[in-house]
Design a protein around this ligand. Structure first.
Ligand code: ADP
Length: 371
């Protein structure tokens, strides 16, 4: 079991050091990262492309060394330790299976290179195959070229497990699979991660996948960590506007408003705010999630409806359009009628408030007590 701690990690690639023709010196790929990954937890890392997710993983693996800062494994400084001595298992999007070896050969390679006994090799491969599920034995007899993307990825994961790693590092492991297979494979991976209880870091650009996989989620931007927390933390108490907009599908509507003596106005429509939302007078932006609206209200503001996206399996629909010029999606009954304009009111208890400029949060509803 392994706990990982990153202390003040800075990673700047050589090419990022150079001042470009425009005089711009690139930001570091990782800019003083502090992060603890608990023993046995799966931590998802999300963020826009280029924000430093893969670099974070590589620094933990030892495939890249930080310019400064420390990588600590269970209290020991591993910053300078070579990747092969860290006990990490890595699964990447391109599988990187040995093409000439069958499934079994891919699993046994590690034991051959490390001159382990035949007995250990057989026992570990059997234990791994058992863990991987019913039809996995079939894959062991085939060369990678004859396997589907999903099957290749299963072999790649098994090749990782068979080595009995201390930590698992996964970088977009299922991004290359088609949608249906991705759904199935992510359930499978999650089940396996539960069974192992191995500390895992799971990088993805897909927030749904991050939410599904991670016990906690890290949101990164431009080499920085914006927030670490459970999905509920990020959704109901985002650290800033960026996290609020990044987490949630469809995204939160962010609408200019004005606070005046306990009242709030969006354009010319005014409401009383609940007394527990105490905000100073002045311009703000209010953030309303799709489920945080009431439709067809007498005191509502008009919404210009662009279209209705119906999701029959959920018996729901999204009404999509604009409120005070801000892109807005609202959850509605599946048979909600299409009309050009409808009147809507935020449920103020669920709303988030941000400064009029910048990204600072003024008020969030906090994580609801559902149970
Ligand atoms: P992500 O995985 O979130 O897409 P990366 O960690 O791959 O982000 O990249 C972070 C930043 O570091 C980007 O600006 C990227 O261009 C830069 N970068 C990544 N790898 C290298 C490299 N080998 N050499 C130079 N710059 C790199």
């Amino acid at each position: 079991m392994t706990q990982i701690e990153l202390r003040n990690i800075v990673k700047q690639y050589d090419s990022q050091d150079q001042v470009t023709l425009t005089g711009y010196k690139g930001e570091p790929a990782l800019n003083r990262i502090n992060l603890t990954i608990n023993d046995g937890e799966t931590l998802s890392v999300v963020g826009p492309s280029g924000c430093g997710k893969s670099t974070l993983l590589k620094v933990i693996a030892g495939l890249e060394y930080p310019n400064s800062g420390q990588v600590i494994y269970s209290g020991h400084d591993f910053t300078e330790i070579k990747p092969q001595d860290r006990g990490v298992g890595m699964v990447f999007q391109d599988y990187a299976l040995y093409p000439t070896r069958k499934g079994r050969g891919n699993l046994s390679y590690f034991f051959e290179v490390h001159q382990r006994t035949e007995e250990e090799e057989q026992a570990r491969i059997k234990a791994t195959a058992d863990l991987m599920g019913v039809d996995f034995d079939l894959l062991l007899g085939q060369i990678p070229d004859t396997l589907s993307g999903g099957q290749k990825q299963r072999v790649a994961i098994a090749r990782c497990i068979v080595r009995d790693p201390n930590i698992f590092l996964m970088d977009e492991p299922i991004v290359n699979l088609d949608a249906k297979l991705r759904e199935r494979t992510r359930i499978e991976i999650k089940k396996l991660l539960r069974q192992f209880g191995i500390t895992t870091i799971y990088v993805t650009h897909d927030q749904q996948e991050a939410i599904f996989m991670g016990d906690r989620i890290v949101v990164m931007r431009k080499g920085n960590i914006e927030q670490v927390g459970t999905f509920d933390d990020l959704y109901y108490s985002p650290a800033n506007l960026f996290v609020a907009q990044f987490i949630g599908t469809p995204p939160i509507a962010v609408i200019p408003a004005v606070i005046e003596n306990g009242q709030i106005a969006i354009e010319t429509t005014r409401w009383m705010l609940p007394p527990d939302i105490a905000l100073p007078n002045g311009a703000v932006r209010v953030g309303v999630r799709p489920e945080g609206w009431r439709l067809d209200t007498d005191d509502g503001i008009s919404m210009a409806v662009r279209h209705i996206e119906r999701i029959p399996t959920e018996r729901a629909a999204f009404v999509i359009g604009a409120v005070a010029g801000a892109h807005t999606s609202i959850v509605a009954p599946v048979d909600y009628p299409m009309r050009e304009v409808t009147r809507v009111t935020p449920d103020w208890e669920q709303a988030l408030f941000f400064e009029a400029e910048g990204e600072t949060v003024l008020h969030t509803p906090g994580v609801p007590d559902l149970f």
